[in-house]
Design a protein around this ligand. Structure first.
Ligand SMILES: Nc1ncnc2c1ncn2[C@@H]1O[C@H](COP(=O)(O)OP(=O)(O)OP(=O)(O)O)[C@@H](O)[C@H]1O
Ligand SMILES: [Mg+2]
Length: 488
């Protein structure tokens, strides 16, 4: 406010008096940085600033309240990290506390994409997000676990004999942000059972003491006809067209306990169909695909039930779907689509809020929603699954379904996934990744260099409805157990 009566008053004075209206009026953001001065061991040193000071400001360290006002960040909500200015984690000058970057809770349901090169801290951040989701909503979480890195969250986050432990400053960040590391009490690990998987059974797979384990198989009989297209990759367009009709016919002839994928295959092989309904070529092609999928051994294993989705959607339960046990990428994709389909069927018709808020976490998402697929028919399938997931993401908002994608190769991720999310958390990238990303989203140019040079555990959060500009944060030490590796 530049009026005669305030002209001689220092900004810091105005802030002490609570007269902060000028912060809304003066364009502090988006201006060239000038410099900052700070006292260091008796002398004054020059440093960076990321905002232009008010005309009468000598130098001023903003409090959490002011930072939130300037950037429009909410005062409440899950803490993503400590806000940084330049290379520093800033502190509230009044309290000495680290300043939190908080997210509006409702925005979580507008989805998030986490990207960054390998080792920068994506999985640690995903675990913090699980922590936040459970503590904010008492929600249920379903994780597609590609590398068996999640079951350990059932254990104590910090153990005496851990080689690497959080430092004093890590502990201070937790405290200032009002976070406390914990173990997850209700962890259910789901493993797709395969005939060839060894006899050791549950014992062999149990990793965390406190986690429970269940085997499952996909029951062909339980797949709605309209959903079959997401389970059977690389059919021709005609194949996708006739498949539901064929399945319907088959199902009319057999009782549900006999409706296995294998029987469907044999039935299709041995029945005669009028040419105008199914051409021989189409039938042959379907049979070939079915044979390949039967070979994956993920359907109708005897004595093993399918996933009961009501069991997934329990408050404060974290379900971990171990796809690392499957060798083929196609099998992993089918299992992932199965999980998504199960969740979508219940969540998108849950008008009475019978299920808790739900978070679906897809780590290594480029495996499931790839950008480049060289087989023409497989490409068709990927596009189908992507547009289906886009629709689920859009409709999921009002049913409190959150989807979080994470990937170390954004250049391999189907670009339309980028458009389904509101929040982008970007860790360090390679120049090539920045270049690819720029094709699909608006990245302010001055961020390019920053993103290429970001050290591990630091990220830039873009969330238009949460803060007026992208904000650099320092991610707290993992709140749930995570494998910590020594730095070389
Ligand atoms: N928030 C964090 N707190 C403590 N350590 C961290 C954090 N983030 C990353 N690290 C350290 O960096 C290592 C790699 O982190 P993380 O496993 O999260 O990387 P990533 O980005 O998921 O990598 P990848 O692409 O290989 O999966 C961890 O093992 C840990 O030592
Ligand atoms: Mg990872």
């Amino acid at each position: 406010r530049d009026s005669p009566e305030t002209r001689d008053i220092l900004t810091s004075r105005m802030i002490i008096e609570g007269d902060t209206e000028f912060l809304d009026l003066v364009p502090l953001i988006g201006m060239e940085p000038i410099c900052s001065l700070k006292k260091l061991g008796g002398s004054i040193v020059k440093g960076d600033v990321n905002f232009a000071p008010h005309i009468r400001a000598p130098a001023y360290l903003p409090s959490q309240r002011i930072v939130n006002t300037i950037y429009g960040i909410p005062n409440e909500g899950p803490a993503y990290g400590a806000i940084m200015f330049g290379d520093d984690i800033i502190q509230d000058p009044k309290t000495g506390e680290t300043i939190a970057y908080r997210m509006r809770p409702e925005l979580l349901f507008e989805h998030e994409l986490i990207i960054g090169t390998t080792g920068k801290g994506k999985t640690a951040k995903c675990k913090n997000d699980i922590y936040n989701f459970i503590n904010t909503f008492g929600g249920s979480v379903v994780v597609i676990d590609t590398h068996n890195e999640y079951s350990m969250i059932a254990e104590d986050p910090i153990k005496d004999d851990d080689p690497i432990k959080p430092s004093q400053s890590d502990i201070k960040i937790w405290k200032d942000l009002k976070l406390s590391p914990q173990k997850i009490d209700d962890v259910l690990v789901w493993i797709p059972k395969q005939e060839s998987s060894s006899e050791g059974g549950a014992k062999e797979y149990t990793l965390a003491e406190n986690a429970n384990l269940k085997f499952f198989t996909i029951r062909f009989a339980g797949i709605p006809e309209s959903m079959l297209q997401y389970y059977l990759p690389a059919l021709s367009p005609q194949g996708y067209y006739v498949l539901p009709k064929l399945a319907k016919r088959f199902r009319l002839m057999y009782p549900s306990e006999k409706q296995t994928l294998e029987r469907f295959y044999r039935w299709l092989e041995n029945s005669a169909f009028p040419k105008e309904e199914v051409s021989d070529a189409t039938r042959e092609a379907i049979l070939r695909r079915l044979a390949a999928i039967l070979g994956e051994e993920i359907f109708d294993l005897e004595g093993t039930p399918d996933i009961n989705v009501r069991e997934l959607l329990k408050p404060e339960r974290v379900n971990i779907v171990r796809v690392d046990t499957l060798k083929s990428i196609v099998a992993r994709r089918i299992i992932t689509m199965h999980i998504i389909s199960k969740i979508a069927q219940v969540k998108l018709s849950d008008y009475d809020n019978e299920t808790p808020p739900t978070m679906l976490l897809i780590d290594e998402a480029h495996n499931y929603f790839p950008r480049f697929v060289y087989d023409y028919n497989e490409r068709e399938w990927v596009l189908r699954t992507v547009s289906w997931v886009e629709r689920i993401a859009r409709e999921g908002r009002k049913f409190r379904l959150r989807i979080e994608f994470s990937t170390q190769s954004p250049e391999d991720l189907c670009p339309s996934i980028l458009k389904t999310v509101n929040t982008y958390t970007i860790f360090g990238l390679t120049p090539l990744q920045v270049k690819t990303l720029k094709k699909f989203m608006e990245l302010p140019t001055d961020l390019t260099t920053l993103l290429v040079n970001l050290p591990a555990r630091q990220a830039v959060v873009f969330a238009r409805s949460n803060a007026s500009i992208p904000i650099r944060i320092f991610v707290p030490w993992a709140l749930l157990r995570h494998k910590m590796t020594k730095k070389e």
